[in-house]
Design a protein around this ligand. Structure first.
Ligand SMILES: Cc1cc2nc3c(=O)[nH]c(=O)nc-3n(C[C@H](O)[C@H](O)[C@H](O)COP(=O)(O)OP(=O)(O)OC[C@H]3O[C@@H](n4cnc5c(N)ncnc54)[C@H](O)[C@@H]3O)c2cc1C
Ligand code: FES
Length: 350
């Protein structure tokens, strides 16, 4: 995986708890990315070790010259607060190249219109997707259902208004506010199944053809997946990105698999590491505890930064959401949620 030290071009305060950080491209090359992908930012942690977090690009590869990420502060969160408080123009940040499968690519897009549903910081990849689709596909209509806690926390409020006026008839935004003031005249509450279905009817969504992109809290993703099931929307047209890991309620005894201490071999970056993984550890945790530098970002099975291929032995993943069925069949695993189930596990990481 390629790392860059990117210089910060500008820091834009979007709301009191959210900033956009725009980067200059490196002198030697333009950073290539698809709308919807994320960068992994690596900052020094309290113990001197690097801490990595993923941030979706809010800029568009087709309409913005700089590459940018937008970060909403999480209470007591290490990296989100650091990026909100410490970073200024001229600073350098270490980032890992763009990754992710939650993408909109105008060149290969076979559908017509886009339906975007998101809340809070979930707007970031949706913003990139909206700008890209509006610029690149002149007959594509984009509708956004966007939930925020209050009027002051609407990220990209002004930019969304400008886009709506520049692309009249092709772009519409419906805001919904959960803790609104008395002066708010728009929709009130949180995004849920019933108001999403109503909104889809209002925008005259064509659920037989439109592509749906969802990003936000788990409940929004779950609700939209239920709607997809209800209306028979196939997987190819349902795209979703989680910023937090879903809660895994399946216990070990339910799966019938018992975790045991096993030795694994990991081949990465021209080196071969052999180490023991305890039952309470994932393969990535065991490696990091031994200061073996393997690639990772979210550590929750969502970003695919820790992707590897199991070429021998058996591995069990706590969470399979981050990979496609085909990737799982081909032996791909995410080391951050993987446990060796047999001796002799060999993992190859590109
Ligand atoms: C693929 C991907 C893309 C992402 N894109 C963005 C983005 O564009 N913008 C953005 O702001 N964030 C984004 N995130 C979330 C981001 O990576 C971090 O998880 C988030 O900023 C919190 O990190 P932290 O170090 O500040 O908090 P931590 O120090 O990791 O966590 C502190 C506490 O907050 C809780 N917590 C962690 N994350 C959240 C959360 N999102 N909401 C509520 N509580 C939380 C933890 O459980 C913990 O108790 C993305 C995540 C993924 C996996
Ligand atoms: S580190 Fe993100 S999926 Fe493993």
């Amino acid at each position: 995986m390629k790392s860059y030290f990117l210089q910060v071009k500008e820091v834009i305060r979007e709301t009191e708890d959210t900033v956009t950080i725009l980067f200059w491209h490196p002198l030697s090359e333009q950073i290539k990315y698809s709308a919807g992908q994320f960068l992994t930012v690596s900052v020094p942690g309290p113990d001197g070790k690097k801490v990595k977090r993923s941030y979706s690009m809010s800029t568009s590869p087709t309409s913005d010259t700089a590459v940018g990420i937008t970060i909403k502060r999480v209470p007591n969160g290490l990296v989100s607060n650091y990026l909100n408080d410490q970073i200024k123009a001229g600073d350098f940040l270490e980032v890992i190249e763009p990754m992710g499968n939650f993408v909109f690519n105008p060149a290969t897009f076979s559908g017509k219109n886009l339906i975007l549903i998101g809340a809070g910081s979930g707007i970031t990849p949706l913003m990139s997707i909206a700008k890209t689709a509006l610029k690149a596909n002149s007959d594509t209509k984009v509708s956004l259902f966007y939930g925020s806690r209050n009027e002051n926390q609407v990220i990209f409020k002004k930019e969304l208004e400008v886009l709506e006026s520049n692309y009249q008839g092709r772009f519409n935004v419906t805001h919904i506010i959960s803790q609104s003031t008395d002066t708010w005249v728009g929709l009130k509450g949180r995004i849920h199944q019933a108001n999403t279905i109503l909104w889809l009817k209002e925008i005259d969504a064509d659920l037989k053809n439109d592509h749906i992109y969802v990003c936000g809290p788990e409940e929004i993703i779950e609700n939209t997946l239920k709607i997809a099931e209800l209306y028979d929307i196939p997987k190819e047209r349902m795209h979703y990105e989680r910023f937090n890991a879903p809660v895994n309620t399946e216990s070990e005894s339910e799966t019938g698999d018992e975790l045991k201490k096993q030795t694994v071999t990991v081949k990465y970056d021209g080196e071969t590491h052999e180490f023991v993984v305890e039952p309470h550890q994932t393969i990535l945790e065991a490696a990091l505890d031994l200061d073996i530098e393997l690639p990772y970002s979210c550590q929750a099975g969502m970003c695919t930064a820790c992707l590897g291929k199991c070429t021998s032995g058996k591995i069990k993943m706590d969470e399979e959401e981050g990979l496609t069925e085909k990737e799982i069949e081909q032996g791909y695993v995410l080391t951050c949620v993987s446990h060796p189930m047999t001796e002799g596990v060999i993992l190859e990481i590109d």
